[in-house]
Design a protein. Structure first.
Length: 128
């Protein structure tokens, strides 16, 4: 069974990196609910990586906070993966910041990000 983050969980994560206020609780709740979206009992985002990607994109692009939306999106995705048994490899802060800037500018699709997150899972790493 998959564990999901609540809007309060994301606010707590956000507060670790920013003191900016929530400006739209409704947008935040919508973003947090996206990984659980389903149709006729079937999840629209089947894999854990897809769900983490959707969560990241939704939080980043919802602009529910005055500041720190990209950091909150990253932290929420990584935390979501972690509470569901997936550890992601550490990446340099500059690489994370650059990727999140690109998410905010719609450079990466949710599908791209799902593959990227899967590649950061050491269990999926291949020797070259």
């Amino acid at each position: 069974m998959t564990d999901y983050l609540s809007a309060d969980d994301v606010v707590d994560l956000h507060d670790m990196v920013s003191s900016a206020a929530v400006i739209s609780r409704t947008k935040l709740e919508g973003a947090v609910g996206r990984p659980q979206a389903s149709w006729n009992g079937v999840f629209l985002h089947a894999s854990i990586y897809q769900q983490a990607s959707v969560l990241m994109h939704a939080i980043c692009q919802a602009h529910a906070f005055e500041d720190g939306n990209k950091r909150a999106g990253w932290m929420a995705a990584v935390t979501f993966l972690r509470i569901n048994g997936v550890e992601v490899s550490r990446i340099p802060a500059e690489q994370m910041a650059s990727y999140m800037e690109e998410v905010a500018m719609h450079v990466h699709t949710e599908e791209d990000t799902a593959y990227w997150l899967a590649a950061l899972d050491p269990r999926n790493a291949r020797e070259l």
